[in-house]
Design a protein around this ligand. Structure first.
Ligand SMILES: C[S@@+](CC[C@H](N)C(=O)[O-])C[C@H]1O[C@@H](n2cnc3c(N)ncnc32)[C@H](O)[C@@H]1O
Length: 329
């Protein structure tokens, strides 16, 4: 059986859903997309790569950061070059952003452009001395995004990218989170069972006697079974943090249900929406991660278009492979 291609309207609604999921993530205030791995800005091998790349910039350079999120890379660059008053950074992302650390009047060297796709950049040809992206470029429709990247790059400009690697520890974590998210969101999962039992808890709080109703007893039994199944899964998991967090949060919410079930049901719906968005981001990460052939194709396309050398390497540290780095000479 051949795989059918998504229709144009499916692709558009997928793109809109991805934009919405990322917008919700950035509005919640994270600086970057890997807060589980680096609590502040990026550190370790990733920070070292960027520090080396930024050190080669001349004063007053123009830098473009693609798929910037809430601007972790611009932040690193501004911190590394406090005296480079003429430095100009443009930072674009398809999503709606909310970089809490940024004030336009306090950081005049940086401009964010939200709602801007890498495949259609609003900049003149040859504008930038360096184009960067951290876990971003690989999310694009790569051929048109590369054409745009090369169009806006100055003739002697450079490219520096860190991209997801199909064999990285981050992809491994995303795969296991996908399993956890699917378990929690399943029709017989904890969130559905909790939403079904809450109205009966509320009835009891209001002085009713739900125990007399077989439907209430079934909902209670299903909720207990979902809690039990989750505890069993947690015991068998190497990194069950998400399952533990959701189990405990749902338990607290259900236990605090009052005579009106609406607030608890709304909080459960928020959890469901948040987990749905997180699952979408995990799926996207796994799907975008590059295999050796993908990154070789990207390198070859840049070399063909511009000549010169392009270096591709695995970026890793003690925990394992973190991604691919790609740098033009
Ligand atoms: C994994 S996040 C990385 C963000 C940031 N660079 C970081 O290191 O935290 C990927 C970002 O790519 C953005 N994105 C995905 N496809 C895009 C596109 N075609 N054009 C612009 N941004 C895109 C998403 O909105 C998201 O903010």
């Amino acid at each position: 059986m051949t795989e059918s291609r998504p229709s144009a309207s499916t692709a558009q609604s997928d793109a809109a859903a991805r934009r919405a999921a990322w917008s919700a993530y950035w509005q919640a205030g994270a600086l970057h997309s890997c807060v589980g791995s680096w609590s502040g800005n990026y550190g370790g091998a990733i920070a070292a790569f960027w520090s080396r790349s930024f050190a080669a910039l001349a004063n007053g350079a123009r830098v473009l950061d693609l798929a910037t999120g809430n601007g972790p890379l611009p932040q690193l660059l501004l911190q590394q070059r406090p005296d480079d008053a003429a430095l100009r950074i443009d930072a674009v992302d398809a999503a709606a952003l909310a970089p809490a650390w940024y004030r336009a009047d306090a950081q005049p060297r940086l401009r964010f452009h939200q709602g801007v796709a890498m495949e259609a950049l609003p900049f003149a040809d040859g504008s930038f001395d360096l184009v960067t992206s951290q876990y971003g470029f690989e999310y694009a429709d790569r051929a048109p995004a590369l054409a745009e990247l090369l169009r806006v790059l100055a003739p002697r400009g450079g490219v520096a990218l860190v991209m997801h690697h199909a064999g990285s520890v981050l992809v491994e974590v995303a795969r296991s989170e996908l399993r956890h998210q699917a378990r929690l969101l399943a029709d017989d999962g904890l969130l559905a069972a909790a939403a079904a039992v809450v109205p009966w808890f509320a009835l009891a709080r209001a002085g009713g006697n739900p125990g007399a109703d077989p439907a209430a007893r079934r909902a209670r039994a299903a909720y207990n079974a979902a809690q039990q199944a989750l505890s069993t899964a947690i015991a068998g998991e190497h990194a069950p943090d998400l399952l533990v967090d959701v189990r405990d949060a749902v338990h607290r919410l259900v236990a605090a249900t009052g005579a009106d079930p609406a607030p608890t049901l709304a909080a459960l719906a928020d959890w469901r929406a948040g987990l749905g968005n997180a699952a979408l981001r995990s799926r996207e990460l796994v799907a975008c991660a590059l295999h050796p052939g993908d990154v070789a194709d990207l390198r070859d396309a840049i070399v063909t278009a511009r000549g010169g050398g392009v270096t591709v390497a695995e970026l890793g540290q003690e925990e394992g492979v973190l991604g691919w780095s790609l740098e033009s000479a």
